[in-house]
Design a protein around this ligand. Structure first.
Ligand code: ADP
Ligand code: ADP
Ligand code: ZN
Length: 210
């Protein structure tokens, strides 16, 4: 398999926002474990039922569930030339499993201070048609309630995008996910991007890495 890219960062860092650009530049498909889990939940599959309680509480879904999901996804033919992992891996165990199934060229870490995370998450909404990501203050649709990209008029907010759950997600990030930064630095794969600047500037910084 050709090499893959990991998009890394705390909840609300801007991973989903930047993913489209990276897909456009590299041609690699985006694999978002959060999106896959939400789709499983909406479809009422066994996987969705298993993940539900963890997601609602803002806790990480168990590693074996996530690793199984990724292994299955990587068997699809669009993954042959490498992929863009968004929101995976989130634990050392996931990173170790990944190292046996895919080759990485770079881990792009979008760094945003904790003090910005709650406002980012609590203002987030997405297009129900195409999944484009918006923000009440920082990135609103041009005309209220209508997607700039596809014209769809149903906007969605995630149940876990509330202040209580965000704080749990952030503490899970610090205790379980942040240690991956050193793990990837030791392997010379880690590139940090300042995520505390305009969306366009973050995008330009990522493009220059690619
Ligand atoms: P993640 O996928 O890392 O959880 P998102 O891409 O969904 O993050 O972004 C979280 C929220 O912050 C969204 O509402 C998005 O519009 C907004 N956002 C993303 N990048 C920036 C930025 N550079 N500045 C301000 N707001 C941003
Ligand atoms: P965020 O915007 O916080 O980055 P995601 O959409 O990536 O959120 O993930 C939403 C929820 O799905 C997480 O809080 C967690 O419960 C679960 N989840 C997603 N990816 C993973 C993963 N790689 N490992 C464990 N749990 C995950
Ligand atoms: Zn749309």
């Amino acid at each position: 398999m050709a090499s893959s890219i990991v998009l890394f960062g705390p909840p609300g860092a801007g991973k989903g926002t930047q993913a489209g650009n990276i897909v456009a530049i590299t041609g690699k498909p985006q694999i978002s474990t959060g999106d896959m889990l939400r789709a499983a939940l909406a479809a009422g599959t066994t996987l969705g039922m298993e993940a539900k309680g963890y997601m609602e509480a803002g806790q990480l879904v168990p590693d074996d569930v996530i690793i199984g999901l990724i292994e299955e996804r990587l068997t699809q033919s669009d993954a042959n030339e490498g992929v863009l992992f968004d929101g995976f891996p989130r634990t050392i165990a996931q990173a170790e499993a990944l190292s046996h199934i895919a080759e990485l060229s770079v881990v792009i870490a979008i760094e945003v201070p904790d003090s910005r995370i709650v406002e980012r998450i609590c203002g987030r909404y997405t297009c129900g048609g195409c999944g484009a990501v918006y923000h009440d203050t920082f990135n609103p649709t041009a005309s209220p309630g209508e997607c700039d990209d596809c014209g769809h008029t149903e906007m969605k907010r995630r149940a876990d995008d509330n202040e209580d759950t965000v704080l749990t997600r952030l503490s899970a990030y610090h205790s379980q996910t942040a240690p991956l930064a050193d793990w990837y630095k030791e392997r010379n794969l880690f590139v940090a991007i300042n995520g505390d600047q305009d969306i366009e500037k973050v995008g330009a910084a990522i493009s220059s890495v690619l």
